[in-house]
Design a protein around this ligand. Structure first.
Ligand code: AMP
Ligand code: MG
Length: 317
């Protein structure tokens, strides 16, 4: 049975007990809900892959609650990583660093690097502090489905598979962290756009981009998979002109189709992104036409998630 508990002291005590015994607990973070396990326990992290049905070569992000934990996870910390940590932690920024021997291979999917983030969600931080070890925590959904931004989303995907969900309400950002690979000097590469924007990062680092290295082997294995998809087939329609979007939907419309536009500010669009994708399934839609958001600021992360969720991206002239 899966319990959903509000984040009081008893619930955090129970979560801590489970985690200390190599079990899993779903926790709120400021990005999306995470499926947490002791990042230093091979046995515990293996369970994450089983429960989510996550491809074994997709490494996990570890979550810390103080800078001492960073020293346990990474064997070296480039200067630019410290600069960004200083500016953006606690917060939705993940840094890829050379891994220490203490980190089991399961956590990093056999890579020699480890992904580290210091979240700013108070409940997550309190729990990590209580456990006194970093938590590996990918999104608490089944692999491939839209990420969970409410406790109910986690329940829908993982009921019966995990003992506990801590309900911290709706996630603040609604999209995952920005994954950054520090390079030489001030240079960094953004491996995944996220809640910390390119514009914010560029004030502190030189961004040299590409999610693929020169030999076309992805540096960030998670980026090659289809993700975030509801059961309905998503068609992402890219145009600045809402009249053209409407005309396209009108032309293509068949019974069972749904049209989805993300209104509001880019921040609100991010917050509603995954909920609205899940609602398409609740409504029983077969196909969904989504009007592409603007690609700057956090909108770039929203666009990236929609593109990965989409069966097809249609560019209108
Ligand atoms: P998720 O936890 O599902 O939001 O995904 C974590 C993301 O971080 C994926 O895109 C992973 O490929 C990426 N990631 C985690 N660890 C590493 C690493 N050591 N090197 C490069 N990318 C990583
Ligand atoms: Mg995920």
């Amino acid at each position: 049975m899966t319990k959903i508990l509000l984040p009081n002291d008893d619930a955090l005590e129970m979560a801590c007990d489970i985690l200390k015994n190599d079990g899993l607990t779903a926790i709120p973070t400021e990005t999306v809900y995470g499926l947490a396990a002791n990042a230093f326990s091979e046995k515990a992290v293996r369970k994450i892959f089983e429960v989510k049905n996550r491809p074994p070569d997709n490494p996990l992000i570890t979550h810390i609650s103080n800078m001492d934990m960073l020293g346990l996870l990474a064997r070296r910390i480039p200067h630019i990583a410290l600069v960004l940590a200083e500016r953006f932690w606690p917060g939705p920024l993940t840094l890829i660093l050379p891994k220490s021997k203490k980190v089991p291979q399961g956590t990093t999917a056999d890579l020699d690097s480890v992904a580290v983030r210091f979240p700013c969600n108070e409940i997550a931080v309190k729990l990590i502090e209580k456990c006194a070890f970093p938590l590996a925590a990918p999104s608490a959904n089944l692999s491939g489905s839209p990420s969970p931004t409410k406790a109910a989303h986690v329940y829908d995907d993982l009921k019966g598979k995990i003992p506990l969900i801590i309900d911290g309400g709706d996630c603040l950002h609604g999209v995952e962290s920005t994954v950054v690979l520090p390079l030489e000097g001030e240079r960094i590469s953004i491996l995944r756009p996220g809640a910390i924007t390119q514009e914010e990062l560029s004030a502190h680092a030189i961004i040299t981009n590409g999610e693929f290295s020169s030999n076309e082997k992805p540096i960030s294995p998670g980026q090659k998979y289809k993700h975030y998809s509801p059961n309905a087939k998503v068609f992402l329609v890219v145009t600045d002109d809402s009249q053209k979007f409407k005309a396209y939907c009108h032309r293509e419309y068949q019974s069972g189709d749904l049209i989805l536009t993300y209104g509001g500010t880019p921040v609100e669009q991010a917050r509603n992104l995954f909920s609205k994708l899940r609602e398409c399934d609740t409504a029983g839609a077969k196909r969904v036409f989504v009007h592409s958001p603007e690609k700057h600021g956090i909108g770039l992360a929203v666009f990236n998630r929609l593109q990965k969720a989409a069966e097809k991206t249609v560019y209108l002239e």
